[in-house]
Design a protein around this ligand. Structure first.
Ligand SMILES: *Cc1c(COP(=O)(O)O)cnc(C)c1O
Length: 463
């Protein structure tokens, strides 16, 4: 399913169909429960509904494009992760997937913790009411100002990412008269992808301290010597959109190996192990993600087994799902504009957003599905490509899609599973205004992030 066969350089939208689209679905009106939020369905008129409200009404009230989040679904997924991992483990939602004050409140109420990786995310987390001790601060290049603010506000942990940062955080903590709880992020030499992983001795990437060459052991040695730090655990994050647990197995094996070495050298058993996030979701009907309870069981067993073999007490496990919680809970609603059939190729369906509200297709060759949302249709399937309104031929939202052949300008179409890494990565390219995020629940809709205005744009432009 890899699309990396594209030549390097700008990606032209006029590449011939490569045969990676599947056959048209039997029923174009069906909404596959795998990719749609839990309360999504069609009403008697065939209009898509979420949380009891239909998208035509929602579009009239909030405009398009817009992201609609199914709050009940979000809470259910957060709760499922929380209860799957139980009282002996912690679930940190990765704020970078999507963060707003409302989301922070939902997470707090459902008993989750929160990962942030910038001053802006920390500010949002605190403004949303997340207790600081339940916040973890990440990042490979935290500024002095960010570290200071994190320590002053009392974050529960800072995840140290380099030798320099060990000293920097210790110094700032000491100068503030604090002892900061920290974990050290290590790179274990496991690169995990959707259905496979690669185990290597070295990792060629910017995050963490390599286990290889004794570097992580040296980082631990230094952190244990510094008064400003309380080293509580080791952190590892191996990838994203992962379906196969075997990468975690290798990572846990290597991290527990480090915990054993630390015990042997220093006589301390670190109490925590964080296995990161990266658990996959279904973007199309072909994806088969695991349920949180299966993941919790698998990770728990892997860590216990490894610790038993190393004769270590099993540490407290934490995980950091972002996409797996928020991804499936939202869809983007667009209005169809220009429709351009290209004979023998496909039909280009332009919408009123694009790569500014969903960069993942252009950036990662991500796959999405799409459905006609403002009505049902019995028309024949039409091989389509959903594209945006930006001045860029790579401005593709859904590369291969089947939409009904009677699609017309003014129809509303919806792209599911856009809750993660869409609004959070949105841009103002072409001075397009970033869409709002609307939470829908029990027949009520509420804007949680408002639509950007031209005034917002011009306020930044000081002339
Ligand atoms: C991005 C990230 C996550 C979340 O990844 P998902 O794929 O959204 O689950 C968790 N932990 C760390 C350290 C990350 O960088």
């Amino acid at each position: 399913m890899s699309r990396s066969a594209h030549p390097a350089g700008p990606r032209h939208a006029d590449v011939l169909p490569e045969g990676h689209y599947s056959a048209p679905p039997a029923d174009l009106n069906a909404l596959d429960a795998k990719v749609w939020a839990q309360t999504v369905g069609r009403d008697d008129d065939g209009v898509v509904t979420v949380g009891g409200l239909d998208v035509k009404t929602l579009a009239e009230r909030f405009g398009t494009p817009a992201y609609f989040v199914d709050e009940a679904d979000f809470r259910a997924r957060a709760r499922a992760w929380r209860s799957a991992f139980g009282a002996d483990a912690d679930v940190f939602y990765a704020g970078k997937a999507f963060l707003s004050r409302a989301v922070v409140r939902w997470l707090h109420e459902e008993g989750l913790n929160l990962d942030v990786c910038s001053g802006g995310e920390l500010a949002t987390a605190l403004a949303g009411g997340m207790p600081a001790e339940r916040i973890a601060f990440h990042g490979n290049n935290k500024s002095t100002e960010e570290i200071t603010r994190a320590i002053e506000s009392g974050v529960g942990r800072i995840v140290l990412d380099s030798f320099q940062e060990i000293v920097r955080v210790a110094h700032i903590a000491e100068s503030l008269g604090r002892r900061q709880r920290v974990q050290i992020r290590v790179t274990v030499g496991v690169e995990a992808h959707t259905h496979e992983f690669i185990a290597t001795a070295h990792e060629d990437q910017k995050f963490g301290v390599p286990l290889a060459g004794g570097q992580a052991a040296e980082a631990v040695r230094r952190a244990l010597r510094l008064d400003g730090l309380e080293l509580v655990g080791i952190h590892s994050h191996i990838g994203s959109q992962i379906f196969d647990m075997s990468g975690f197995e290798v990572a846990a094996h290597r991290v527990v190996g480090l915990l054993r070495d630390i015990r042997d050298e220093h006589g301390v058993e670190l109490p925590e192990i964080d296995l990161g996030g990266g658990l996959g979701i279904a973007y199309t009907g072909d994806d088969d993600p695991r349920e949180p309870h299966e993941i919790a069981k698998a990770l728990g067993e892997i860590v216990s087994r490894e610790c038993e073999a190393a004769r270590l007490r099993t540490p407290r496990i934490s995980v950091e799902p972002g996409r797996a919680i928020v991804g499936p809970t939202a869809f983007t609603l667009y209005e169809v504009g220009t429709i351009k059939p290209l004979d023998g190729l496909r039909t280009y369906v332009s919408v009123d957003g694009g790569m500014s509200d969903n960069i993942r297709t252009a950036l990662y060759d991500a796959e999405y599905s799409v459905a006609l949302a403002s009505r049902a249709s019995d028309a024949e399937p039409m091989l389509s490509r959903v594209v945006g309104k930006h001045c860029e031929s790579g401005d593709i939202v859904v590369r291969d899609a089947f939409l009904p052949a009677d699609l017309a300008p003014g129809d509303l179409i919806a792209v599911p599973a856009t809750g993660a890494y869409c609004r959070s990565m949105a841009s103002n390219y072409n001075h397009v205004l970033r869409p709002p995020v609307v939470a829908v629940s029990d027949g009520e809709a509420r804007v949680i992030v408002r639509r950007e205005t031209e005034e917002d744009l011009l306020r930044l432009d000081v002339g």
